[in-house]
Ligand binder design. Structure first.
Ligand code: 5GP
Length: 190
């Protein structure tokens, strides 16, 4: 998606360790107009897949998931990274290693929000090694729900998670795929 690629080129900052900072429009401050266009783009790609639920992980997936859910006219559910006092009842859970925090999280979704009959679109802001998306796919499986696909704002192609999902046959759509990046240059996949 050209506008997103442009924003990455203009405002993104490449940090050490293969991290891209996009705090000014996606993570910390949110450019609602851009996010809305991204949500519409994801909707156009998946509108015929019968999506009735969007699933993401806190915190930075929530904004893009919610804005996209508006186009599908469905609810967005987010996995929590730890069990808090306001989560009661039975839950699905799956472990994943956090790329940004460098620790292991247990993703938790209350069973009451996801189940058989749900056609799920997983959404996240970034795809790196695929830990978060694979944990969410695991939770969709535990729920007996159907996975319609996975939509990602920024896939860092050089970290391999996206291609591994494609190999497994997952219907993956990334708005921008970065093939390589350093302080001077970000190169996108065509
Ligand atoms: P993965 O689980 O695919 O290895 O990493 C994806 C998760 O880590 C996303 O939920 C995202 O929040 C975070 N993440 C991975 N790489 C980056 C990055 O370069 N920048 C930012 N801001 N977050 C990232």
């Amino acid at each position: 998606m050209d506008r997103l690629k442009h924003a990455i080129q203009e405002k993104g900052k490449v940090l050490s360790g293969g991290v891209l900072k996009v705090g000014s429009f996606l993570n910390n401050q949110i450019d609602i107009k851009l996010l809305s266009e991204m949500g519409k783009d994801i909707y156009e790609r998946f509108k015929d897949c019968g999506v009735n639920k969007i699933l993401t992980v806190e915190a930075s997936g929530i904004a893009i998931a919610v804005i996209t859910a508006q186009f599908f006219n469905c609810n967005a559910v987010f996995a929590k990274k730890s069990k808090t006092v306001n989560v009661d009842g039975e839950t699905y859970s799956a472990k994943c290693f956090s790329f940004t925090h460098k620790n292991e999280n247990n993703l938790i979704v209350p069973k009451e929000y996801l189940g058989k009959g749900d056609n799920v679109l997983i959404i996240d802001d970034f795809l790196a090694h695929g830990e978060a998306v694979n944990a969410l796919i695991n939770i969709v499986g535990q729920a007996g729900a159907t996975l319609s696909g996975v939509a990602i704002a920024i896939e860092k192609g050089f970290q391999g998670g996206g291609d591994a999902l494609r190999k497994k046959g997952v219907n993956l759509y990334s708005l921008a795929v970065i093939d390589s990046m350093d302080e001077n240059k970000v190169v996108f996949r065509d």
